[in-house]
Design a binder for this molecule. Structure first.
Ligand SMILES: C[S@@+](CC[C@H](N)C(=O)[O-])C[C@H]1O[C@@H](n2cnc3c(N)ncnc32)[C@H](O)[C@@H]1O
Length: 257
């Protein structure tokens, strides 16, 4: 692959990140790492370390909260049978403002957990949020940051615990890595087990529906179970790339076929 096509593949995967500036800063080995190894903790530790500065700025894969708020906010409906707050997980949060924005704008009580495999990203987010007061719309809402490999999600949260999982670029990162497709399949299964039956998994991705819908239907199915329901809506076109929101609903009663 020519240096130019490597740059183009990486630019597409990296969304808003200006790869030219990365090259200019002689980080081409980081770029190569990102192209092949986005499923590895070490790659992301390096990414967040090399892109951090004393002036913290959220890094957004693809786009920020405003582009996707209309997909997320209508799903934040209070439980009808319990007074428990909704539990939202931003899976592979990086240093995105998505989780903090959900916490800030939710009119219903939410616990938002922003989880990432990279302790560097988690540390940067804790520091940033600690230094800046965010007033949530619901005074009892909670925002938390967690270092977690999402392959361990079920062990951490347990069954039927989460109401909404948002995944902006994390499954894409796993799927596009040399050794990541098995991890991506495992993670989808973990998501469906930790979601309540009324819950939703939202994946934001630039992958074409022809490929992603089939993949989600196949991977979201445990042996002997009905497949999860999957729907897709277009988020829009940004910088010439079309983005989608995939909504996965766990099978309501997880009844055996
Ligand atoms: C493409 S970035 C997206 C970051 C963020 N969601 C955003 O929208 O900017 C993928 C993120 O997934 C995280 N990640 C990769 N593998 C993971 C895993 N197994 N468990 C948890 N996070 C993971 C990376 O550290 C990285 O922050």
């Amino acid at each position: 692959m020519s240096p130019l096509s490597v740059l183009n593949v990486a630019r597409r995967s990296l969304g808003t990140l200006t790869l030219t500036s990365i090259f200019a800063r002689q980080h081409s080995s980081l770029t190569a790492d990102l192209i092949e190894n986005m499923d590895k903790k070490a790659t992301w530790d390096r990414f967040y370390t090399e892109n951090s500065s004393s002036n913290f700025k959220n890094f957004e894969w693809f786009f920020g909260f405003d582009s996707v708020r209309d997909f997320i906010m209508p799903l934040l409906q209070p439980h009808t049978r319990t007074a428990n707050p909704l539990h939202v997980l931003d899976m592979g949060c990086g240093t995105s403002a998505l989780g903090p924005s959900i916490y800030e704008h939710s009119p219903v009580q939410v616990t938002v957990t922003c989880a990432d495999i990279s302790p560097i990203a988690v540390h940067l987010m804790r520091e940033h949020v600690g230094a800046k007061v965010i007033e949530p719309q619901h005074s009892l809402s909670v925002l938390a940051f967690l270092e977690l490999d999402c392959r361990e999600m079920f062990r951490h949260f347990g069954a039927d615990r989460l109401d909404l999982i948002v995944d902006k670029g994390t499954t894409d990162a796993l799927l596009r890595s040399k050794d990541g497709s098995g991890k991506a399949s495992h993670v989808v299964k973990q998501c469906l087990k930790t979601l309540r039956s009324s819950g939703r998994l939202l994946q934001f991705s630039d992958e074409d529906p022809d490929a992603r819908l089939l993949w989600l239907e196949t991977e979201g199915r445990e042996p002997g179970e009905k497949p999860a329901q999957v729907a897709v809506q277009e988020v829009g076109k940004l910088r010439g790339v079309r983005y989608y929101c995939y909504q996965v609903t766990p099978h309501p009663i997880r009844e055996l076929l």
